[in-house]
Design a protein around this ligand. Structure first.
Ligand code: MN
Ligand code: MN
Length: 227
């Protein structure tokens, strides 16, 4: 679409899904989804239900989920895109401030709307990069407040060029929040987040079928809980 706000499913991903489902079932790893929503939205909902009652760590390589970071409610992200699981970045509010110059997860989400994200096919506001986006959110608080200021020539704090860019991006900004912001209130099917209990026979058959080799042994070793 012309606003660039549709997140398409990569064609390569589709045939992998049933394989992933089979693998998780064989390993006894709980899985939950909601038709019509991204995994991000499911994760956001699960975090929302738990935050403030016990510490929450979201392990992900997707920086969209930085939106969930909330020091006061004990939510942080272990970001695996650079160092993998072994050397994940611990993303809390100090990390967001240092790396993106936004105060918290909420501000990160607002900044992301302005910046866009090329890995999601989201163009952002033309001519507004990450630093400017962060400056604007620091100054105005929300995308909505930036837009109100941009529409009012007497409002201080915006250069003419930035004002024009924000106004010209109206079609994008009208809908970008729906795509960028992680939902937190989905109806989800019940899922018990219990420790995985692999089905040895099913997993052996799966590993053989897809040729996992010694990876299969490593997965089982990693999931084996000794008490
Ligand atoms: Mn995402
Ligand atoms: Mn995304």
């Amino acid at each position: 679409d012309t606003t660039g706000t549709t997140e398409d499913t990569p064609a390569d991903l589709v045939p992998q899904v049933p394989v992933i489902v089979e693998l998780l079932a064989a390993l006894g790893i709980a899985r939950v989804g909601a038709a019509g929503y991204e995994a991000d939205d499911v994760i956001g909902t699960l975090v929302e239900r738990t935050a403030g009652r016990r510490p929450v760590e979201v392990v992900t390589g997707d920086r969209d989920l930085f939106q969930l970071v909330d020091d006061a409610r004990g939510v942080r992200v272990l970001y695996t895109a650079r160092g993998g699981v072994r050397d994940a970045d611990v993303v809390d509010e100090a990390f967001l401030t240092q790396k993106y110059r936004v105060a918290d997860g909420t501000a990160y989400g607002q900044m992301s709307i302005l910046r866009g994200d090329t890995s999601d096919g989201l163009p952002g506001v033309a001519g507004i990069g990450e630093k400017t986006a962060a400056d604007l959110i620091e100054r105005f608080g929300t995308v909505e407040a930036v837009r109100v200021a941009a529409a009012d020539p007497s409002s201080p704090g915006l250069t003419p060029a930035r004002r024009r860019r924000i106004v010209e991006a109206a079609d994008y900004l009208d809908v970008a929040g729906d795509v960028v912001l992680v939902r937190r209130g989905l109806e989800l099917p019940a899922a018990e987040p219990l420790l995985p209990i692999p089905d040895a026979a099913a997993f052996a058959a799966f590993a053989d079928e897809v040729g996992l080799g010694t990876t299969a042994d490593r997965v089982l070793a990693a999931l084996t809980v000794t008490t």
